[in-house]
Design a protein around this ligand. Structure first.
Ligand SMILES: [Zn+2]
Length: 140
C-alpha cells in the first residue's frame, strides 16, 4: 500500500489561519481536529509537522514516509551508520547538501540519513552498537 508523495504545492501554507492540514486531501483547518471533515481521514497534522514532513520528503525522494534518523558530520561516521543499517537490512536515503565551491560551507553535521518511519525503531536499535566507547571520541 504505497502513499502518494506529499507535494508541497497542494497545501496552502500561506494561509495564516491554517494551523493544521489534512495530509490526504490538503484541507486546511483553523484549529486542531481529530478527523478531516472533508474526507474523513484521521491523518490531520499541525502546520509544523507538515512542514517537517515535506522537508524530509524532499530530502529523501522515493521513500513513502521518511523520518530523519541521524545527522553526521563526517564520511567516516556515515560509513559506520551505513554499515550498521545494511547489516540490519534497513533501507535508507541520504541527504548531503553540495558544499563544494560554497563560499561559506555550513559547519556542523551536514550528512542526514533518513529511514522509513516503520523502520525507525529497528534502525535506532541497530545504531546502539555504535555507541560503544571506541566510537565516542569524547570519552576519556
Ligand atoms: Zn481530508
Amino acid at each position: 500500500m504505497g502513499r502518494e508523495p506529499l507535494r508541497a504545492e497542494r497545501f496552502d501554507l500561506d494561509d495564516p489561519e491554517a494551523v493544521a492540514f489534512c495530509v490526504d486531501c490538503a484541507a486546511p483547518f483553523a484549529r486542531r481536529v481529530e478527523r478531516c471533515v472533508t474526507c474523513g481521514s484521521e491523518d490531520v497534522v499541525s502546520r509544523e509537522t507538515l512542514i517537517a514532513r515535506l522537508e524530509s520528503e524532499e530530502q529523501a525522494p522515493g521513500m513513502t514516509d521518511p523520518v530523519e534518523l541521524v545527522r553526521l558530520s563526517t564520511e567516516d561516521e556515515a560509513d559506520l551508520v551505513r554499515g550498521a543499517l545494511a547489516e540490519a537490512g534497513i533501507a535508507w536515503a541520504e541527504f548531503a547538501p553540495e558544499t563544494k565551491g560554497m563560499l561559506f560551507p555550513p559547519v556542523g553535521p551536514t550528512i542526514r540519513l533518513y529511514v522509513e518511519r516503520a523502520d525507525l525503531e529497528r534502525a535506532q536499535e541497530a545504531l546502539t552498537v555504535l555507541d560503544e566507547p571506541e566510537f565516542d571520541e569524547d570519552s576519556p
